[in-house]
Design a protein around this ligand. Structure first.
Ligand code: GAR
Length: 202
């Protein structure tokens, strides 16, 4: 695996920041793509002197057009590895197939529980006592690719969305850089039981 990383982010970009701050990952990030021009993540990339690109959803007639444009931009920069860090657009097969085994997503629940875009709120509303974080390889089925890393986060009696999200973020900010690092080091393996990092339990 070469060492050229693109990060896709739609929002605050705290996970992008964790990647930028990781000494083994940050220097490999050459592009940050967002579907929203007002995403604070773009400011984080610019402050780190990383190229930014906005591919707004409204600029393309349909999803396949969006996906082809994204693949063209990534391939033009010879991107090896893609990290989805709060990218809230669903990517179709045209992207997923090109980057199969090379695209990671961080998700704020213990998948397969609470897929989708409101996982922290959904876990709170359901009343589960434990939620968590999943880092998985991206497959054509949304939030269902081989799981690489998971870590539980307890839900406390007084938690509200903000307090729970803050603790979920703390875990995400450790797990996503660890996963990208392993991918850059060629230590990610996928088999019938899911994905694993060579030399690490799980
Ligand atoms: C993160 O919690 C990430 O897991 C979640 O969006 C947040 C982005 O935060 N992603 C999803 O819900 C994907 N379904 P950030 O912009 O501060 O990194």
């Amino acid at each position: 695996m070469g060492g050229r990383v693109a990060v896709l982010a739609s929002g605050e970009g705290t996970n992008l920041q964790a990647l930028l701050d990781d000494p083994a990952v940050g220097p490999s990030i050459l592009l940050v793509v967002s579907d929203r021009e007002d995403a604070p993540a773009l400011g984080r990339a610019r402050r780190a002197a990383v190229e930014t690109l906005v591919l707004g959803s409204g600029e393309f007639p349909g999803s396949p057009d969006y996906d082809r444009a994204l693949v063209n931009e990534l391939q033009a920069r010879a991107v090896d590895c893609v990290a989805l860090a709060g990218f809230m657009r669903i990517l179709g097969p045209d992207v997923v197939r090109v980057f199969a085994g090379r695209m990671l997503n961080v998700h704020p629940s213990l998948l397969p529980a609470f897929p989708g875009a409101r996982s922290v709120a959904d876990a709170l509303a359901y009343g589960v006592k434990v939620t968590g974080v999943t880092v998985h390889l991206v497959s054509e089925e949304v939030d269902a690719g081989p799981i690489l890393l998971q870590e539980p986060v307890p839900i406390l009696p007084d938690d509200d969305w903000a307090s729970l999200e803050a603790r979920v973020h703390q875990v995400e900010h450790r797990l996503l850089p660890r996963a990208v690092r392993a991918m850059l080091e060629g230590r990610v393996y996928v088999d019938e039981r899911g994905a694993r990092i060579e030399g690490e339990p799980g």
